[in-house]
Ligand binder design. Sequence first.
Ligand code: AMP
Length: 113
Amino acid sequence: MPPMATLFTRIINREIPAEIVYEDDHVVAFRDIDPKAPTHILIVPRQEIPGVAELPDSGDHLHLLNAAKKIAEQEGLTNGYRLVINQGNDGGQTVPHLHVHLLGGRSLSWPPG
Ligand code: AMP
């Protein structure tokens, strides 16, 4: 039996609806269902990498930052934004498919909780 597709792979495959705002050969980006800022987008590699702790030497994750830059421009985030990757339990990761949160549209406090 092949392993179950992750929630985000099911979104990428259009099995679960989401508002997709960007895609290319390596990544797909869609709006977070529970936004923490006026703009809250998840950027996901097509490859099912569980998290930063499991990063291979090469693969779709190498394209995440370039996609983030493009999406931030597309979203008009000219005043800045934040990219977040939650890793594991202490990092608050809930979906075991690597993703970058792109947050913007308001001033974000530091440090995070
Ligand atoms: P993390 O906690 O870093 O693993 O982030 C997972 C994110 O996925 C959370 O911000 C959730 O709100 C978001 N999320 C969960 N289910 C969906 C969904 N069906 N569509 C869009 N975003 C989702």
